[in-house]
Design a protein around this ligand. Structure first.
Ligand SMILES: NC(=O)c1ccc[n+]([C@@H]2O[C@H](COP(=O)([O-])OP(=O)(O)OC[C@H]3O[C@@H](n4cnc5c(N)ncnc54)[C@H](OP(=O)(O)O)[C@@H]3O)[C@@H](O)[C@H]2O)c1
Length: 342
């Protein structure tokens, strides 16, 4: 059966209320229950890992008489597995729901299959309604499902001759105010901001996202990787979020742990050793290189060893955009995976 006007508006409402839930380990999902004649009976959203899914929230507000023969409109395919909560597909069947409209297929290997289970139980199922809007809502979560880890942006600022600092280690500031404001805007969009101990000790960064003197309303969690101690009076200890310290060089273990904490987007801000280690490990989805018209010379290169011993192993990038920022230029790029040996 084609999606009705009432179901379409219910889906838009479900997408709207989904964002009441937190961004994190689980997707933001909204659900609306309609009576057989299209009247809105209840709504619910997912409040985060370990709490009831959106469909269950919405069903819980209703009596069995109300749910019997009703339609559930959900932004994501009802799940089919027992995790911390039971399968939603089963709960909908048990509640006597006769039709389910959802926007996006569940990409999870374990949790998918809810639509098939509903159909097998005789429930009428329609999928794909407002899929683009739902995909936009869950974009970061979907990327994490696809990559199996958070999305990683590696950023650095460099002189025209490819240096990240002057000979004495000072690097503030290589770029101008427009480039630095751009970095802060992008920091505010990230869930975590990562530096190595070398940068903490050299620059004492605050790792906040600032618009002039004011802090952006959302702040990335500061993360420091490396074995050396961060001083007790380091500026990042004043960050609104408690910093995370990983005393390891195992970047995969770090990003896995960040994922488990519900972090979906990370911003690696260096310095050169850490940025190079992320690139060498194939853990860079986006590269942001801010290039300033200044020459520093010396041996403080923007990148050190990225695992390229010979030119066929060069890490080729595709530039998605060259963006002028004041006197500086930003290259927004992503790695191209090339076949070797030609
Ligand atoms: N231009 C820019 O964009 C920019 C940005 C940031 C910093 N900087 C400049 O960069 C300089 C600091 O450079 P840096 O390279 O020392 O800083 P860094 O990359 O922030 O820190 C390097 C340290 O990170 C730790 N580490 C963690 N994981 C690692 C891994 N997988 N492999 C290797 N090391 C790992 C090691 O410390 P442990 O020994 O403690 O384990 C290592 O010595 C300063 O001059 C600073 O001003 C420039």
């Amino acid at each position: 059966m084609a999606v009705t006007e009432a179901e379409r508006s219910a889906m838009l409402r479900a997408i709207e209320i989904a964002s009441n839930g937190p961004r994190g380990l689980n997707p933001q999902v909204g659900a609306v229950i309609l009576s057989a004649d299209g009247e809105l009976l209840a709504e619910g959203w997912h409040g985060g890992a370990g709490t009831p899914h959106a469909e269950i929230e919405a069903l819980s507000a209703l009596t069995p008489e109300q749910t019997h023969g009703a339609t559930a409109v959900v932004t994501l395919e009802p799940c089919n597995h027992t995790g911390r909560t039971g399968p939603c597909a089963l709960a909908l069947i048990d509640a006597g729901i006769s039709r389910v409209v959802f926007a996006l297929d569940d990409p999870g290997a374990i949790s998918s299959g809810g639509a098939a289970r509903l159909r097998a139980a005789g429930v009428d199922v329609a999928s794909g309604e407002q899929a683009d809007a739902a995909r936009l809502l869950m974009a970061d979560w979907l990327v994490v499902q696809h990559l199996g880890r958070p999305h990683i942006t590696v950023k650095w600022a460099q002189s025209l001759d490819g240096r990240a600092a002057a000979s004495d280690g000072t690097s503030q500031w290589i770029t101008g105010p427009a480039a630095r404001a751009d970095v802060h805007r992008r920091r505010a969009d990230a869930d975590a901001i990562i530096v190595g101990t070398g940068t903490v000790l050299a620059d004492d960064p605050a790792l906040t996202a600032r618009d002039g003197d004011a802090r952006y309303p959302t702040q990335p969690v500061p993360v420091v990787i490396g074995s050396r101690e961060t001083p007790s009076d380091a500026a990042l200890r004043q960050h609104p979020h408690a910093p995370l310290f990983y005393r390891t060089h195992d970047l995969t273990a770090v990003v896995d742990n960040l994922r488990e904490r519900g972090i979906q987007r990370v911003f690696v801000e260096g310095g050169p050793t850490l940025a190079s280690a992320f690139i060498a490990a194939g853990l860079a989805d986006t590269v942001l290189a801010y290039i300033a018209p200044v020459l520093l010379g010396g041996d403080r290169l923007a990148l050190t060893d990225v695992g390229v011993g010979t030119i066929v192993d060069a890490r080729r990038l595709q530039v998605d955009e060259w963006m002028p920022l004041g006197d500086d230029m930003l290259a927004i790029a992503h790695p191209i995976v090339e076949s070797k040996g030609h």
